[in-house]
Design a protein around this ligand. Structure first.
Ligand SMILES: *[C@@H]1O[C@H](CO)[C@@H](O)[C@H](O)[C@H]1NC(C)=O
Ligand SMILES: *[C@@H]1O[C@H](CO)[C@@H](O)[C@H](O)[C@H]1NC(C)=O
Ligand SMILES: *[C@@H]1O[C@H](CO)[C@@H](O)[C@H](O)[C@H]1NC(C)=O
Ligand SMILES: *[C@@H]1O[C@H](CO)[C@@H](O)[C@H](O)[C@H]1NC(C)=O
Ligand SMILES: *[C@@H]1O[C@H](CO)[C@@H](O)[C@H](O)[C@H]1NC(C)=O
Length: 493
């Protein structure tokens, strides 16, 4: 129960349904082939819409306020703003929402408790599997009656790749030939060990849920994967193979084991002996042949992704997790406009390609898109009124929703939900508060006041068009710290 006691509710990263937008009018813009009246009514009645946020990215630092330190507190150089109160309200609100309409919840994001890092190296050790299992068991017991959608992990690739290959995310381990700032680590082996333990933890927890909790609570469990879509630079076999290899290292690394019980061929061939095997598992709660089959995924294709790719240079490094990428085609044209984050190029068709590919390659799983959104820079001198005008974000959402709809309607992909990232401007990991992803603007200079951007108003309108959506509440909640009121143990906002 080590993890259970170290983790507080505040550590959980969560996705919540959006029920809070103010009713307002707004701008529909023409687009080449997207109908003027495009709205949620184009989607099936049981399609779920929402917006997403994450506790660490809004909750403030660990100090005296009840949350134990996570590896990000040790790693992050920028002090988090005091988001604590707002986050507490949000979490308490989640309990209310969860009991009313069901909430998505994922219980491990990029951070884990520092104590486990100190004790046995976190996910480098197989011990994490048992502790994680115990931790999940506690959460299912505590919240299983209210939370109906569980995700074992959010972006496991970010942990194995960014943290253990590049060393740019906490706990910042890697080989010095990858990143000179790393003091310890091994980029040739550790990313795969961590990935393996993440997969085993996932498997154990899925099994636990299915056997012990699903029969009682009837909820669902899956995993949230973050991936780029790799567009081949040309139809040449070498380019096509390169794109496939890159996708296998980022997406297949998780999907293949969970669907077929083995790592992708490309990964096995290139990583060789450094890749752990699934066959020697003997943990009592693991039964290899069944645990990986038939579960639901949630794709997290927030950032578009869609980097074009030329041939991977395999012999320069002992391992490649993220291959060499180009964002231009052979003629020097960018694949799409750049957002604020340096790796982020907007390519709305990519979401459709990825959804179609997932259906074709992995037996048509149930898919929820848990985070999809775009950032811009936090321009300190820009007046707020101007910052609220985020037409580019509205365009981004419209085009991505349209392409997701295309894969659903015209290719029968089993996509069942879409969550816009993010509900609020927040702490964007290694680039901190310089980036704004929110539908709501947060004024960091004035008591964290929040203002709906044009995109928030647009999204409200987009959702309003469907009478049967469970999200359509008669009550309009305005989410501000100022207006919240306490009812029993909960805050109503
Ligand atoms: C997967 O999703 C389907 C459809 O939403 C659901 O009926 C099923 O119970 C889910 N499976 C698991 C293992 O959660
Ligand atoms: C298998 O179980 C034994 C006894 O519990 C343990 O010592 C060993 O480390 C386990 N092996 C693996 C690969 O988990
Ligand atoms: C910040 O906003 C101001 C006011 O609109 C504008 O003049 C300036 O170009 C912006 N700077 C950046 C880096 O976007
Ligand atoms: C589905 O295909 C039809 C026929 O090609 C096309 O008119 C329509 O725009 C497509 N729908 C979406 C959402 O892409
Ligand atoms: C989905 O992808 C498949 C194969 O990648 C393609 O044949 C099909 O046209 C795509 N459908 C849509 C609606 O994009």
């Amino acid at each position: 129960m080590v993890m259970a006691t170290k983790h507080s509710l505040q550590l959980l990263a969560m996705l919540i349904f959006l029920i809070s937008l103010l009713a307002l009018t707004k701008p529909t813009m023409a687009d080449d082939d997207i109908p003027e009246d495009f709205s949620s009514s184009y989607f099936p009645d049981d399609f779920i819409f929402g917006t997403a946020t994450s506790a660490y990215q809004i909750e403030g630092e660990a100090t005296t306020k009840g949350r134990g330190p996570s590896v990000w507190d040790t790693f992050s150089k920028e002090t988090q703003k005091e988001y604590w109160m707002a986050a507490m309200e949000t979490l308490q609100l989640i309990s209310i929402i969860a009991s009313k309409i069901g909430a998505f919840c994922y219980y491990f994001s990029l951070g884990h408790s520092s104590s486990l890092e100190d004790k046995y190296g976190g996910f480098l050790s197989r011990d994490i599997v048992y502790d994680y299992y115990e931790y999940a068991n506690l959460l299912f017991e505590e919240f299983g009656d209210r939370v109906k959608y569980w995700m074992t992990f959010n972006e496991p690739w970010s942990l194995s790749g960014f943290s253990y290959d590049y060393g740019v995310f906490a706990p910042g381990r890697c080989s010095s030939w990858v990143n000179r700032q790393c003091r310890a680590g091994n980029s040739a082996t550790e990313p795969y060990i961590v990935a393996h333990h993440l997969l085993l933890s996932h498997a154990a927890v899925v099994q636990l849920y299915r056997e012990k909790f699903k029969p009682i609570h009837g909820g669902q469990i899956g995993i949230t994967l973050f991936t780029f879509w790799y567009e081949p630079l040309s139809n040449e076999p070498a380019d096509v193979e390169a794109a496939k290899t890159a996708l296998d290292f980022m997406f297949g690394l998780w999907m293949d084991p969970m669907t077929y019980g083995t790592y992708p061929r490309t990964v096995r061939d290139l990583v060789g002996d450094r890749l752990p095997k699934f066959t020697d598992e003997n943990l009592s709660f693991l039964e290899d042949h069944m645990i990986f089959l038939g579960y639901n995924i949630t794709l997290h294709i927030m950032q578009n992704q869609m980097l074009q790719l030329i041939q991977i240079i395999l012999d320069t490094k002992p391992i490649i997790i993220l291959p060499r990428l180009v964002t231009y085609d052979y003629d020097g044209n960018l694949i799409g406009p750049q957002a604020y984050s340096s790796w982020f190029y907007i390519f709305p068709k990519g979401i459709r390609h990825l959804l179609n590919y997932t259906k074709d390659t992995y037996n048509n799983p149930v898919i929820y898109i848990t985070e999809n959104g775009v950032d811009n820079n936090n321009n300190e001198t820009q007046p707020i009124e101007e910052a609220l005008q985020d037409e580019f974000r509205i365009n981004y959402y419209r085009k991505h929703l349209w392409n997701a709809l295309g894969s659903l309607k015209n290719y029968s992909v089993n996509v069942k939900g879409y969550f816009a990232w993010s509900y609020l401007d927040n702490f964007e990991w290694n680039i901190g508060y310089t980036s704004r992803f929110g539908l709501y603007y947060v004024d960091y200079k004035d008591n964290l006041k929040r203002y709906p951007k044009d995109s928030a108003k647009w999204f409200t309108k987009f959702l309003k068009h469907s009478p049967k959506k469970p999200l359509q509440s008669n009550k309009i909640y305005e989410v501000t710290s100022r207006n919240s009121r306490k009812v029993g143990k909960y805050y109503i906002m």
